[in-house]
Design a protein around this ligand. Structure first.
Ligand code: 16G
Length: 257
C-alpha cells in the first residue's frame, strides 16, 4: 500500500487557486515523479485520500479518473486503484503456432490467467459454422484474461467442440497443454487481425482507459487431419503487443537459387 502521507506532502505545497481536484491530481503525479509511489503500488482508498487531503470523495474520484484516463493509474474491478506499470511491448512472430504460455515463458516472463468464464453451451451460429457443429452438438468456452509479468495483455475467448473438451473446468494454466494430452493440439492456424478501440467492459478487464487501441484477433486452428479444433477471438492491448511477420522474396521461376 502506498504511503498516503507521501502522496499529500506535495498537495500542502501546491499553490491554491486551481480547482481542488486538479491540485490533488498534481500531488499524486508529484508523488509518482518523486518515486514515493511506484508501478504496481496500490493507492490508498478513496475514503482515506479524502480524509487525509480534507477534500470530498467526489473530488478524489474526479482526480483519480483523470489519471486513469491518461493511463497513469489503473482501476481493477473489486481490488482498487494502482499505479500503472509502463508496458514493454511484446513482439510476437506471426509464423509460429505457439501458445500464450510458451510465448511468454520463452521471454522469461511469468504468466498467469484469470478465468472470465468456462463452461459448456449451445453454440452460436458463428461457432457452429467455424467449428462445423450441428445444432444438437455443444461448444466448450474458455475465456481468460492473460497476464504477463503482472501486466494484463489480452482477453482470449476460445471455443472448441465439447466432444474435444468435455470438461473446460479441467484446463489448467495452458489450453494447448490440455489439448496436447488428448492428442488434439493444433498444428496449423489462420489468424485474422484487425484494429479496434476497446469498449467499456473489455477496457475495464484490461485495466486501460475505454477507447484505447486494441488488436482483435480471430484464430482458427486445425489438427493434422484438417479438422478445425479451435476458434478463439482475442482482444490484445494495442500498446503492449506487436505482431511481426517475416517476408521473403520467392526466387523467380528458372532463376538460379
Ligand atoms: C495464443 C493463441 C490462442 C490460444 C492460446 C493458447 C494468439 C492470438 N492466440 O494466445 O488462440 O488459445 O495461445 O495458450 O496467439 P495457452 O496454451 O497458454 O492457454
Amino acid at each position: 500500500m502506498a504511503d498516503a502521507g507521501a502522496i499529500f506532502e506535495a498537495m500542502r505545497l501546491s499553490p491554491a487557486g486551481a480547482p481542488l481536484y486538479l491540485r490533488l491530481r498534481r500531488s499524486i503525479e508529484d508523488a509518482l515523479k518523486r518515486g514515493a509511489i511506484g508501478p504496481g503500488d496500490a493507492l490508498p482508498s478513496e475514503r482515506d485520500i479524502a480524509a487525509r487531503a480534507d477534500v470530498s470523495r467526489v473530488t478524489v474520484r474526479k482526480a483519480v479518473q483523470d489519471l486513469v484516463r491518461d493511463g497513469l493509474l489503473i482501476q481493477r474491478h473489486g481490488s482498487g486503484t494502482f499505479v500503472a506499470r509502463p508496458v514493454g511491448r511484446v513482439e510476437q512472430p506471426l509464423s509460429r503456432l505457439t501458445s500464450f504460455t510458451e510465448d511468454m515463458a520463452r521471454r522469461g516472463m511469468t504468466v498467469r490467467s484469470e478465468w472470465l468464464e468456462r463452461g459448456i453451451h449451445a453454440p452460436s451460429p458463428d461457432e457452429m459454422m467455424v467449428l462445423g457443429l450441428s445444432a444438437t452438438e455443444m461448444v466448450a468456452r474458455v475465456c481468460r484474461l492473460r497476464v504477463a509479468d503482472e501486466t494484463p495483455l489480452a482477453i482470449e475467448r476460445a471455443a472448441l467442440s465439447a466432444a474435444v473438451l468435455p470438461d473446460p473446468g479441467a484446463v489448467g494454466a495452458s489450453l494447448y497443454a490440455a489439448l496436447e494430452q488428448t492428442g488434439h493440439r493444433p498444428v496449423r492456424a489462420v489468424q485474422r487481425i484487425s484494429a479496434a478501440n476497446l469498449g467499456e467492459a473489455d477496457a475495464r478487464i484490461l485495466g486501460v482507459p475505454e477507447g484505447s487501441a486494441s488488436l482483435n484477433i480471430a484464430r482458427i486452428s486445425y489438427l493434422g487431419s484438417g479438422r478445425v479444433i479451435e476458434y478463439t477471438r482475442s482482444v490484445y492491448r494495442g500498446d503492449a503487443y506487436d505482431f511481426v511477420a517475416e517476408l521473403s522474396l520467392r526466387p523467380a521461376e528458372g532463376a538460379p537459387a
